[in-house]
Design a protein around this ligand. Structure first.
Ligand SMILES: N[C@@H](CCC(=O)N[C@@H](CSC=O)C(=O)NCC(=O)O)C(=O)O
Length: 276
């Protein structure tokens, strides 16, 4: 493990680390924000999953989350979105391969060798983070777009593991929209039944734990009608009596300007769950 960046930030530290991932078979970069409270004892952790084309830098440089993490005493962990390296399979398109891991365990060649982002996020990354005495094992998870899909699906698939979950502009039904259909065909093959294990709308139907879903969605988001389709999740939650707060935000698009506008509310939501 190597620290490759350190910046003083709101009384704490914004670091970037490179660590070896055995699950992914490559080195991974991860942004970790330590609030000032981490000097005094273990702090709870909010995991952030970014979207297509992102690495660990997008969230730490654009969301402005550190101010709120410092206020509430939360560690923020923002990993890269896919395995990386010269021997890692890729595609020319922005929505497949590097930068587009979709938080699943791929089962098809050439992807299955490295693309195991589900296991990395659920198991290996927290194990690595929690080996630091500054971090406690109280966890929450959030994300944006592809990362919003990852956060919601991972929380629903792992009852008891996360104290809270939220998302910005998530892909709620990857089995029904072009981004998800393309990625899941490549990573998981043609059996659509196998795709459902990673689809939030499907998972909510039989969720054992009714962890409330907090979602913000911009109404002027170019991807809203074709790729995101939050109405499908609202309908599924209503049918399953699963608690959801879906806040449609007039005028906001898909960008980090939107995330920066409401990240403080999400961090306050997670802080309540993590400290309660
Ligand atoms: N065609 C676009 C798509 C890339 C894009 O909008 N990426 C979003 C996430 S989309 C869903 O996962 C993003 O977060 N981009 C990074 C950023 O810093 O804004 C393109 O290639 O530009």
């Amino acid at each position: 493990m190597e620290r490759i960046e350190r910046h003083a930030c709101f009384g704490g530290w914004q670091d970037v680390y490179r660590h070896e991932s055995k699950v992914l078979g490559c080195d991974m970069t991860v942004g970790v924000y330590f609030p000032p409270q981490a000097e005094e004892g273990p702090c709870p952790v909010l995991y952030w999953l970014s979207g297509l084309t992102c690495n660990e830098q997008n969230f730490i440089t654009k969301a402005g989350a550190q101010r709120y993490a410092a206020e509430h005493g939360l560690i923020l962990v923002a990993p890269d979105t896919s395995p990386r390296g010269d021997d890692v399979a890729d595609d020319e398109a922005y929505d497949l391969g590097k930068g587009a891991g979709f938080y699943v365990n791929a089962t098809r060649e050439p992807w299955s060798r490295h693309y195991r982002m589900y296991d990395y996020i659920v198991e290996e990354l927290p194990e690595w983070v929690e080996s630091d005495p500054a971090a406690s094992d109280r966890r929450s998870i959030s994300g944006h777009s592809m990362g919003g899909h990852g956060a919601l699906a991972i929380a629903l698939k792992n009852p008891g593991r996360y104290r809270s979950v939220s998302a910005f502009s998530p892909i709620v039904a990857p089995t029904q929209v072009p981004w998800g259909e393309k990625a899941f065909s490549a990573y998981l093959g043609d059996d659509r039944e196998a795709w459902k294990q990673y689809d939030t709308v499907e998972l909510v139907k039989n969720a054992r734990e009714k962890l409330p879903l907090l979602i913000d969605q911009g109404e002027d988001d170019n991807f809203l009608a074709e790729q995101l389709r939050p109405e499908l999740l609202r309908e599924a939650c209503d049918a399953a009596k699963h608690p959801i707060e879906l806040r449609m935000r007039p005028g906001y698009d898909h960008s980090y300007y939107f995330i920066a506008s409401f990240i403080g509310e999400h961090i306050a939501h997670h802080a309540r769950a993590l400290k309660g």
